[in-house]
Design a protein around this ligand. Structure first.
Ligand SMILES: [Zn+2]
Ligand SMILES: [Zn+2]
Length: 70
């Protein structure tokens, strides 16, 4: 079994982050039953899905350069 950290975000969603792969996984690369070894609570963060989409300031430049010219 691999060790996982269960992370709970302020939005209530849970994520499992592998903290240690077991020997079986390193050899076969087959996912095995996760063993939740740690719990974390992120009161200041929301999960990736709930995060508002933020674009870096150069996003517009990229979009503009992708415009079709044909
Ligand atoms: Zn494992
Ligand atoms: Zn969420």
């Amino acid at each position: 079994m691999c060790d996982y950290t269960q992370r709970e975000y302020s939005c209530g969603h849970l994520r499992w982050i592998a903290s240690k792969w077991c020997r079986d996984y390193t050899i076969s690369h087959k996912r095995c039953k996760p063993n939740v070894a740690d719990f974390e609570y992120r009161a200041e963060e929301v999960c990736g899905e709930c995060k508002p989409k933020e674009y870096p300031p150069w996003e517009n430049l990229i979009r503009r350069s992708k415009q079709r010219t044909d």
